[in-house]
Design a protein around this ligand. Sequence first.
Ligand SMILES: [Zn+2]
Length: 404
Amino acid sequence: VAAIDEVRDRSTQALVEALRAHGTLTRAELGQMTGLSRATVASIVDELVTRGLLLTTQSGAGQGGSRGRPPATVRFHPRAGVALGISMERENLQVALLDLSLNILAHRSLEFDLDPPVDKLLEMAAELCDEALRDPGTDRGELIGVGVGVPRPVDPRTGAIELRNRTQQREGHDAEAHDRFTGYDVESTLAARLGVPVMIENDANVAALAEAAIGAGRGRDTVIFIRASWGIGGAVLRRGRLYRGRTGSAGEFAHIRVRDDGPVCGCGRRGCLGPLAAGWAVRRVLEPALGRTPTLREVAELAAGGHVGARRVLADSGRLIGKAIAGTCLALNPDAVIVGGDLVGEGSPMLDGLRQSLQMSALPASVQALSVLPARLGPNAGALGAAGMVLHSPAGAAHLAQQL
Ligand SMILES: [Zn+2]
């Protein structure tokens, strides 16, 4: 009997792992991925549904389903565990509550004037979390943890938010964002306020994770992700996993030099991509034409509406990004460059600029095989990825294992 129980446990484990990796699957897919028979899949799924851990959706058909109807799917019940993701932007906050199948159960966002003090920002984030948790009627006992995307590199060895070049003179607006987090233990402050473990990760990295799991990067092997928002962030993904590098600064494309005589960057050097192509710089370039400094959303909307100046600066930004990442494309031969962030809305000319410059500066064979794609998850990507990071962490696995 013990041996039979052990086999059953292993089969259950395999089925749960397949669902954790893929979110939602049909029974047939579960069979293919685990190698379990149809009868075993059915029996385990039924047991876990009865225990409240899994949910099945109807196909509308009877046994086996019939042609033309979508097959029944299996996914985690929100009761099996949820996580919150927080994305902290310069002009807004996003909070999403996700279940283990990466379905959004609740979402909240808030826009504000640039850069509120960090204590205020964290309190606003905590309040949005409280609201999101009230929404679907889940209680705190089911909350596994909170993931946070921050606009700074995070050291994977220590989990500490890196403060770049403290001793150097830094550039106006960009410098404020760096200094804002100085002396702030975001992780402990939020953990104390919300009463659950908190994980911190760079904002471009969490957005990239979300795109890899359920967005434009799904099923792709090597992906370069660019986040063109207030700043320019980036990430390198291999088979859905982040390549972080030794200090967590892999994918910091903003500091690749693209012009010898460019403006002095926050890092103290000259001609970096960031001060030439990032949102905070682009909005200043448009200032003389508009008579005011537009928000990032306005820049994207103007471009989508055909404003010649806005289209030009976004195309130029795209060309500079292409120039900056061309070497990385030669080195890694990725299958996709995925571009997200506030500057890449509907009809943004940034992607065309990027394609053009990659065609000029990378090998023809590698460019032909390369797709330059817009991100799919929109402004939610950061919060989704931050919550997904918690759900896919050892803590998420442990929470689920307790219930099996
Ligand atoms: Zn720099």
